[in-house]
Design a protein around this ligand. Structure first.
Ligand code: MLT
Length: 262
């Protein structure tokens, strides 16, 4: 069951299920907390699992016109304080991973473990920033077309027909988002800090899930950034949507990782 928290006058939807150590699941851009439904079923048998609709996503509202990764991390902290949780394991999908890293930098004492799932600690390159600007223009012009093009392109090309119904479902969810929320995330991701050095500094358990055919991230660059950081990695054969494209392996990998976090 979902609950709502009023945060800075904005309604935030979240869900806390199960008992035990806290595991916090942060969705990616154009997603919402329902992406974790299946994982929650598995984890909540042993853990307290918290899923949050991030600013501008799902049933949560917008807080201005730029949702920085730090603002999102502050929101996550507010929900966790409200739930009286003090230490947690963070799992972040893509943008959720950027937010997890911002969170780890801001509140290092509260983190037991961090999983970057199809995500990166690097900032946007100049080329990526330019493509964000083009995306913002496209969203302003017609955000529905933008969403319809963006969602299939998260999957590995060879998986797009096999996961057609998941793509339709995901697209329909994303079409419910506001134009303002979509733009605020694109602006926030565009100006996010490079946190590759942080990966070396933090000492808690780190885990990275890489999609070998991820159309958004370059696996070789992900491998390079985790070198000498003591981060465990797993490479999966699909694209950016490991929780869909490699469901079973993904669930098992997360369960195993969570188990190793003290
Ligand atoms: C996401 O899935 O959260 C986004 O594709 C991340 C990004 O655009 O950098």
């Amino acid at each position: 069951m979902y609950d709502f928290l009023k945060y800075k006058n904005v309604a935030i939807r979240y869900r806390a299920t199960g008992k035990g150590r806290a595991v916090v699941l942060l969705h990616g851009f154009l997603e919402n907390s329902s992406m974790w439904n299946e994982l929650v079923v598995h984890l909540s048998k042993q853990y307290r699992v918290v899923c949050i609709d991030l600013l501008g996503h799902g049933k949560s509202g917008n807080l201005g016109y730029i949702h920085t990764m730090e603002a999102q991390a502050q929101l996550v902290k507010a929900v966790l304080r409200h739930l009286r949780l003090r230490k947690y394991i963070l799992v972040g999908h893509s943008m959720g991973g950027y937010i997890s890293l911002a969170f780890a930098e801001m509140y290092p004492q509260s983190v037991r473990g961090l999983c970057l799932m199809n995500s990166t600690a690097m900032a946007d390159s100049e080329e990526k920033k330019a493509s964000r600007n083009r995306a913002i223009k496209a969203v302003k012009h017609n955000y529905k077309t933008f969403v319809r093009i963006a969602i299939p392109s998260l999957f590995a090309e060879e998986n797009r027909s096999a996961f057609k119904s998941e793509i339709i479902q995901h697209t329909n969810e994303a079409l419910k988002l506001s134009r303002q929320g979509i733009i605020a995330s694109l602006e926030g991701m565009k100006i996010r800090k490079d946190r590759t050095a942080l990966l070396k500094l933090i000492t808690f358990q780190k885990f990275m899930i890489i999609g070998k055919k991820d159309p958004i991230l370059i696996p070789a660059m992900l491998m390079k950034q985790v070198q000498y950081t003591n981060t465990k990695i797993i490479e999966l054969p699909g694209g950016h949507m490991s929780h869909i494209e490699n469901k079973e392996t993904f669930v098992n990998a997360i369960k195993e990782f969570v188990c190793t976090c003290n």
